[in-house]
Design a protein around this ligand. Structure first.
Ligand code: FMN
Length: 300
């Protein structure tokens, strides 16, 4: 009842672990096995090791959290050799998130990920707090096209493109589709900040970070709804899913699958089964035979 097909990829349910929330391979495996996630996405991998920013890198705010982790990761070579094989033991599709600084780096990391056994790659064109790896890429439809075309030509496996809020959000998504993307993931965190009034200065060492959690859900929902009217490729909803209703409304807005991030920090990996049970219950109560029947239903 909850099975879906996302292009070539078959998932036991439409729920995916969002990028960057659980980092090492054994945690990804746990999210898929004990947690029951339909697919898992790795931390975004860069060409070189990145230590990330100085602490504090995360601050809790009303309705979510702001993070500026700074794409901390061991570099793609080490991750693909050590963590990916562990993650794959979870027997759910593993999607490798890629963060390059230019077309060549996106291609190099994506090709290595495919060779190492990734089921798909997710191009992170939208980190709101890292120079050269961030929003400026996804906010420019011409750059999006160049990167997606380059990676698409070099790979057989599906290529997903993760976008964030920008003035040209919809144009960038159309550009990704035209360049051969297999799906668009919407959205990444939203650039934000917090100030400690006692200390009279910004809380995060990096000043700016990305807001995630329930506070951004209505914005992400609007983005998915708009994309459904413009795109013919699948959309993956991401942003502020905290329970079965906020996963189901994404599907009704037109998402074929849904990613869960920050809520894991509060509720743990049990959230996947909790959402799955809630959606299943809704489908039975309303006489739907498959979750695919509710995708985009809010447009009818
Ligand atoms: C601590 C933290 C680290 C993140 N790291 C990444 C990352 O490496 N790559 C990426 O594409 N998104 C990253 N994200 C963004 C999430 O994948 C997701 O797009 C965002 O948090 C919105 O979803 P949520 O509200 O369910 O958390 C990160 C988010 C958080 C909170």
């Amino acid at each position: 009842m909850l099975k879906i097909k996302l292009g070539k990829i078959k998932m036991r349910n439409p729920l995916m672990l969002a990028s960057g929330i659980l980092c090492n391979g054994s945690l990804l495996k746990r999210a898929a096995t004990e947690g029951g996630a339909g697919a898992v996405v790795t931390k975004s991998l860069t060409k070189e090791v990145r230590e990330g920013y100085h602490t504090p890198v995360v601050v809790g705010v009303e309705g979510g959290l702001i993070n500026a982790v700074g794409l901390a990761n061991p570099g793609y070579k080490a991750y693909l050799a050590e963590d990916l094989p562990l993650a794959k033991k979870g027997r759910a599709p593993v999607i490798v998130s890629v963060a390059g600084r230019n077309v060549e780096e996106f291609e190099e990391i994506s090709v290595a990920a495919a060779e190492a056994g990734a089921d798909a790659v997710e191009l992170n064109l939208s980190c709101p707090h890292v120079n050269k790896h961030g929003m400026e890429i996804g906010a420019d439809p011409a750059t999006v096209a160049k990167i997606v075309e380059g990676v698409r030509e070099a790979l057989e496996i599906p290529v997903y493109v993760k976008l964030g809020l920008s003035d040209r959000f919809t144009e960038s998504a159309v550009s990704a589709q035209d360049a051969g993307a297999d799906a668009v993931v919407a959205i990444n965190t939203v650039k934000a900040m917090a100030i400690d009034v006692e200390a009279r200065k910004p809380v995060l060492a990096n000043i700016y970070g990305g807001l995630s959690g329930p506070a951004i859900h209505p914005i992400a929902l609007r983005c998915v709804f708009e994309l459904y009217q413009k795109l013919s490729i699948p959309i993956i909803g991401c942003g502020g899913v905290s329970d079965w209703r906020t996963a189901l409304d994404f599907l009704m807005a037109g998402a074929s699958a849904v990613q869960v991030g920050s809520t894991l920090a509060v509720k743990g990996i049990g959230i996947f089964r909790e959402i799955e049970a809630g959606i299943k219950n809704y489908l039975v109560r309303n006489q739907f035979r498959s979750v695919e029947e509710v995708i985009g239903i809010a447009h009818r």
